[in-house]
Ligand binder design. Structure first.
Ligand code: ADP
Ligand code: MG
Length: 745
């Protein structure tokens, strides 16, 4: 019996199967969940979205005129046919007209498929596939047309006999699928119909009560109606149901992680009297904010428990997340376990290493003469570390000498063995998804799992929090430490020389009063071949300024008298660190850099940030970047320099950033502009989005509803043994390899 898990080739020919594969459709289920992009209504055609140039389209209509036209320049003729589909007129041209001219006469009903071109606002198809659709009472034995189209038509007729449905061309609503030159929308539809004829009624992931209380149709109905709707309502109902199923699949995966996680074992870490945490607290030159105290308590409660914490700490840029994580890591160290603090870049890892070491002072000098009693050791581990230093560090990690290990992705490498990993903190890593977390989950001692804390300053809209991070509990740090200064942001058009001069004069003033300045550019530009190409091609008005060009320009220009350094990802790690060290110490006035300083970098004396070609950055990125200034007692200034057109989307974004300091609002704008798949990140990695109906932006209610239901089901039946249809739905919607890891945990 045909099932949704089957490969399409059990039923369909090789060519169709390959065509489907080119659309990432590899199972019958994926084929049925591949939704039509739009529907064509026969008879009463309502307005249809504008066809895109280059798109493959299929047109069904009546020939309004058919005309042989002589070519002006060349010898010969072509046939111009105008097809009226009841909504618009489409021109089709054929360059070998003799043979087909007789068939394509005015009044004939035809189907044509080809690539859309526009000529003077007129949709054109040049030498499309075509077939003449026989009249109902005419001899249907033979269809006239090009090979591909007649084949489609014949297949359609055969099918309509099998499923006793009206032939495709006579249905009131015809689905049009996203197609490619490898596979046409008709082929997809025929494949779908072939499948639906054979497919036995499908079991439902929802029980009757849950389904009816939500006013949803059955899964079986939905899978059929989305392709063969009789009415507009059918389409709406099918979409609703399939959307809910997608939300339910995701939430089931997440609920299994959440609830399954609660059943794992972790090292319990209650507060330790007079431990390192208490000692650090006593030494702090400031009070914790109320928010920090609250969050430390929340995390502390999780840490004291017997099951692993999985928590997301959201907090505005500068709200003091590092200290929160340090205090809680010390609690774990006080209980005799190790902690990992993972940063997205080497620059940030190195900075965490420096600030944490200097905060802890002799509390972090284990093994040295100056060490305080009970001191621990902090280790830094990054990809670019030299072998010798690395070997010592790895040794400190494996022996348990190092209590806190700070690093980048290098920490995920296999050869890092921990003595007793009790907690993992992931800083500012929005793409650090479910799977990467899993790698470190397995590294605890004696089957215990480490506690997990993910920190981010990029506020996550509710829908995303419920999906990409839906397996985590959430804490939020709203408050900024007292004395934090506001950052004023202004957009500066780069075309205006006077304004640009004013920017650099302002930078000079800032430096004159003892402050420091960041200048951020969108590319490095030691002119690799790509840069050369870009230079040659680009409109000079759009050309971006590279770090090295900006460095030259400033050094030889208005700021030449000051100490300027470059900072970018292609520099060796120790050079980068040296620059950041000297900038931190106040020995460098201006750093011209790429976004390596985007997150987390903390130099309180830096008060001004100039972002060159600001339109090249995303909204959240700009918000992060400007969070680097205004961290000390002085007001921050951020200037967004741009060549963007005053009336453009780019300018709108920049104005939004300049106008709002509210990270949540900006994150929403950002999400609107990015592809949603990006946000889901690892949940659907491999670039293949398996969500067709659910929108992370608009469907917050559906997601929340599905989350509740999934929670209810999974807490009663973690393995889904009594919910096979749901388990199959999860498998079908989230690619199988994504679900495989669930079984590992
Ligand atoms: P973020 O949350 O963006 O990671 P950081 O942890 O880098 O912020 O903290 C920003 C700055 O605020 C650091 O210099 C840190 O030492 C300081 N800080 C943290 N907590 C407090 C506090 N309670 N009072 C004053 N300053 C604080
Ligand atoms: Mg930070």
């Amino acid at each position: 019996m045909l099932s949704l898990q089957d490969s399409p080739d059990v039923l369909l020919d090789k060519k169709t199967t390959e065509g489907l594969a080119s659309l990432n459709i590899t199972t019958i289920g994926e084929l049925l969940r591949h939704p039509p992009r739009r529907y064509v209504r026969q008879g009463h055609l309502d307005q249809r979205e504008r066809l895109e140039a280059g798109e493959w389209t299929t047109v069904v209509g009546t020939i309004a005129s058919s005309q042989l036209i002589s070519m002006k320049r060349k010898h010969g003729q072509f046939l111009k046919v105008v097809v009226d589909d009841g909504h618009q007129r489409i021109e089709a041209t054929f360059f070998n007209p003799r043979a087909i001219r007789r068939a394509l006469q005015p009044g004939a009903r035809v189907m044509m498929a080809g690539k859309v071109k526009y000529f003077r606002e007129q949709v054109q198809l040049s030498h499309p596939q075509w077939a003449v659709i026989p009249d109902g009472d005419a001899d249907t034995g033979k269809v006239i047309g090009s090979a591909m189209a007649t084949e489609m038509y014949t297949a359609d007729n055969e099918l309509s006999e099998q499923d006793q449905e009206a032939p495709a061309f006579d249905r009131p609503i015809i689905p049009m699928y996203p197609a490619s030159s490898d596979i046409q929308t008709w082929t997809i539809w025929n494949a779908v119909r072939r499948v639906l004829v054979r497919l036995p009624p499908q079991p439902d992931a929802l029980d009757e009560r849950s389904r009816l209380s939500r006013g949803l149709i059955t899964a079986d109905e939905a899978l059929r109606k989305i392709h063969l709707p009789d009415t507009e309502d059918d389409i709406v109902a099918a979409r609703e149901r399939l959307k809910f199923d997608e939300a339910l699949a995701i939430q089931t995966v997440l609920a299994r992680r959440r609830i399954g996680g609660h059943r794992e074992r972790a090292a319990s870490c209650p507060p330790v009297a007079d431990g390192l945490e208490a000692k650090l607290l006593r030494r702090l030159p400031f009070e914790l904010t109320a928010g920090q105290q609250e969050v430390v308590a929340e995390i502390g409660e999780d840490l004291a428990g017997e099951s692993p914490m999985s928590r997301l700490l959201q907090g505005e840029v500068g709200s003091g997340k590092t200290l929160v994580s340090l205090l809680t890591m010390l609690r774990v160290v006080d209980n005799g376990h190790q902690c990992v603090l993972m940063a997205p870049t080497e620059v940030l890892a190195a900075q965490h290493y420096r600030t944490i070491r200097s905060m802890l002072g002799d509390l972090a000098e284990a093994g040295e003469l100056t060490a305080a009693e009970g001191a621990t050791k902090i280790a830094l581990l990054t990809g670019s570390m030299r072998t010798k230093g690395k070997r010592q560090t790895l040794l400190d990690v494996v022996t348990g000498e190092a209590g806190i290990i700070i690093g980048t992705h290098a920490l995920l490498e296999e050869n890092v063995t921990f003595f007793d990993l009790g907690m993992v903190v992931v800083d500012e890593q929005h793409r650090f998804g479910v799977e990467q977390r899993d790698i470190l989950r397995g590294r605890g001692k004696d089957g215990a799992q480490p506690h997990f804390l993910v920190m981010t300053a990029t506020p996550i809209p509710r829908t995303v929090a419920m999906t990409a991070f839906g397996d985590l509990d959430t804490s939020t740090l709203r408050e900024l430490p007292r004395g934090r200064q506001p950052i004023s942001t202004t957009v500066v058009p780069m075309g205006n020389g006077k304004w640009v001069d004013r920017v650099w004069a302002r930078a000079a003033e800032e430096i004159g009063s003892g402050r420091q300045v960041y200048v951020v550019c969108s590319r490095i530009g030691d002119d690799g071949p790509e840069d050369e190409l870009r230079k040659a091609d680009d409109d000079p008005a759009l050309r971006t300024t590279s770090v090295s060009e900006m460095f030259e320009e400033l050094s030889n220009g208005p700021l030449g008298g000051h100490s300027i350094e470059m900072l970018h990802g292609r520099m060796p790690a120790d050079e980068k660190n040296l620059v950041m060290d000297r900038f931190g110490a106040g020995d460098v006035d201006i750093v011209v850099s790429t976004t390596v300083i985007e997150v987390g970098v903390d130099v309180p004396n830096a008060t001004m940030m100039v972002i060159v070609d600001a339109d090249r950055f995303g909204v959240s990125q700009l918000h992060q970047l400007r969070g680097r200034v205004g961290r000390g007692g002085h007001a921050g200034l951020c200037l967004l320099m741009t060549k963007a057109n005053p009336v453009s989307q780019s300018m709108e974004r920049l104005t939004a950033v300049a106008g709002s300091g509210d990270g949540f609002e900006l994150a929403r704008i950002d999400l609107q502009q990015r592809r949603e798949g990006d946000v889901l990140g690892s949940l659907q990695s491999g670039g293949k989005s398996s969500l067709h109906f659910l929108s992370l932006l608009d469907d917050a209610d559906v997601i929340a509803d599905a989350r509740e239901l999934a929670e209810e089901i999974v807490s009663a039946d973690l393995s889904l043994a009594d919910h096979r249809p749901l388990a199959e739905l999860v498998d079908g919607i989230l690619a199988p390899q994504k679900v495989a890891y669930l079984d590992k945990s």
